[in-house]
Design a protein around this ligand. Structure first.
Ligand code: 13P
Length: 241
């Protein structure tokens, strides 16, 4: 059986104080949520410690947004699996398009990060997705196939989440049609050897489109950027119909 996972990716938003304020409002709104839905907040590194304390005993899981492949060493600005683990982190976003676009992440480095996360007992959320130019050129499938095949070399598919995030739909309000997202996620699923990998959709997920997205048979959850910053809005997404 595939798990349903709704995750917020806060990106570079929220100080410790702001994260506490969010949790104060958000926690009561998801207490009654169907226990079959995993709720994850992928916060900035600096908020992880305080959030971990506030989430003790809660059904909300903590996620991070990057992990280095080495256990330690001279890698200024990077973070190790053990550092995240100690903070109570259970999920980590890997290979997000913003890391690929602005920080030189490749399929190969994303692969190393996925493996490092699993080695530490963290669940990687591997992000894949095509640009607008690639979509317009009819390259969506070939780009996705490469990202998945290279990203998953030597990866244990039983401890893995994939997020399909078409880059042209991120932060633009231009959501991928639910049926089209469902189709591409079907393409991804056909490439996997394990039948129960959770595959999320991400890209302008909002309270007013989540119900349609989650009604699609191939879509097992959402990775939510902007709309996860507001406690009421994100609770509505978690509590989709
Ligand atoms: P938005 O929901 O703001 O479009 O961001 C999606 C995303 O990149 C989540 O990782």
């Amino acid at each position: 059986m595939r798990n349903i996972i709704i995750a917020g990716n806060w990106k570079m938003h929220k100080t410790q104080a702001e994260s506490q304020e969010f949790l104060q409002h958000f926690k009561p709104l998801v207490e009654e949520t169907n226990p079959g839905r995993e709720v994850v907040l992928c916060a900035p590194f600096t908020a992880l410690g305080t959030m971990s304390q506030s989430l003790h005993g809660s059904r909300i899981r903590l996620g991070a947004q990057n992990i280095h492949w080495e256990e330690q060493g001279a890698y200024t600005g990077e973070i190790s699996g053990a550092m995240l683990w100690e903070m109570g982190v259970q999920y980590v976003v890997v290979g997000h398009s913003e890391r690929r676009q602005y920080f030189g992440e490749t399929n190969e480095t994303a692969n190393l990060r996925v493996i490092a996360a699993q080695k530490q007992g963290l669940i990687p959320i591997l992000c894949v997705g095509e640009t607008k130019a690639q979509r317009d050129a009819g390259e969506t499938e070939s780009v996705i196939i490469q990202q998945i095949q290279r990203g998953l070399v030597n990866v244990d598919q039983t401890q893995l989440v994939i997020a399909y995030e078409p880059i042209w739909a991120i932060g633009t309000g231009d959501t991928c049609e639910a049926q089209e997202a469902n189709r591409v996620i079907g393409v991804i699923r056909a490439l996997l050897s394990h039948p129960d990998v959770t595959i999320q959709y991400g890209g302008s997920v909002k309270p007013d489109n989540i119900d349609e997205i989650m009604a699609q048979p191939e879509i097992d959850g959402a990775l939510v950027g902007g709309a996860s910053l507001d406690p009421q809005g994100f609770a509505r997404i978690v509590n989709y119909q």
